[in-house]
Design a protein around this ligand. Structure first.
Ligand SMILES: CC(C)(COP(=O)(O)OP(=O)(O)OC[C@H]1O[C@@H](n2cnc3c(N)ncnc32)[C@H](O)[C@@H]1OP(=O)(O)O)[C@@H](O)C(=O)NCCC(=O)NCCS
Length: 191
């Protein structure tokens, strides 16, 4: 049956270009590369990352993860960046893209030695501003109700709290209620 609506972002409009590098003062968001594999393995060995992202990563899995990030850009399903501070891997910012609905959902972390300086919220603002610039209308984020640091990231990046998805995600210690936030294109830019 033909669709009665037009996609928010026309299919094919992203993959005709290389994934952008988003520079923002002291840090930048750049596509993943195979030289990140060792960094990814060490990040996913951290207990906080395993707790909130519910996985660890071997070298082989990390290499596949990097390759998948590249193919997901080509398929227009995801834009995933390494957050780099002075050339070093400091974090991750990923937007899962639904171009038809104009909606992106986020996943992020900051390496333990870079936490506490506002890196994740600033990277989130940069990534969501980019999403709005290509025509997306909503960026959403959800975190376990037990992850107060991630809730602070959402607030600092100007994401409005919307509600709780009960038993929304399975973690190693069982089901967690998930707190949902969003930022809309029509809302004022974050200062
Ligand atoms: C949640 C996380 C992404 C925040 O990243 P960040 O770059 O440190 O963000 P901020 O500097 O804005 O800190 C956010 C909150 O983390 C907490 N925090 C501050 N310093 C911290 C540190 N050294 N270590 C851990 N948490 C710290 C504080 O509650 C802070 O809020 P505040 O600024 O109001 O005090 C990061 O702690 C992380 O990667 N945690 C593990 C993975 C994770 O939770 N991912 C998100 C899943 S939804």
């Amino acid at each position: 049956m033909p669709s009665c609506v037009h996609p928010a972002v026309p299919p094919g409009s992203l993959s005709i270009s290389a994934q952008p590098i988003l520079a923002a003062g002291a840090f930048r968001l750049r596509p993943w590369r195979l030289t990140d594999v060792a960094g990814l393995v060490s990040v996913y060995a951290e207990s906080d990352i395993q707790r909130w992202h519910a996985r660890s990563m071997t070298e082989v899995e990390a290499a596949r993860w990097v390759e998948r990030a590249g193919s997901a850009w080509a398929e227009e399903t995801e834009a995933s960046w390494a957050v780099e501070v002075r050339g070093a891997l400091a974090g991750r910012m990923t937007l899962k893209l639904d171009l038809t609905e104009g909606c992106a959902s986020t996943a992020y972390w900051t390496r333990a030695d870079y936490r506490g300086s506002g890196l994740a919220p600033r990277a989130l603002v940069v990534a969501s501003d980019w999403a709005f610039s290509i025509g997306m209308r909503r960026v959403e984020l959800e975190h376990s109700t037990r992850n107060s640091a991630s809730c602070r990231v959402a607030s600092k990046a100007g994401f409005v709290a919307e509600g709780i998805r009960r038993d929304g995600a399975l973690h190693a210690d069982g089901w967690h209620d998930m707190h949902v936030h969003s930022r809309l294109a029509r809302e004022r830019p974050v200062q």
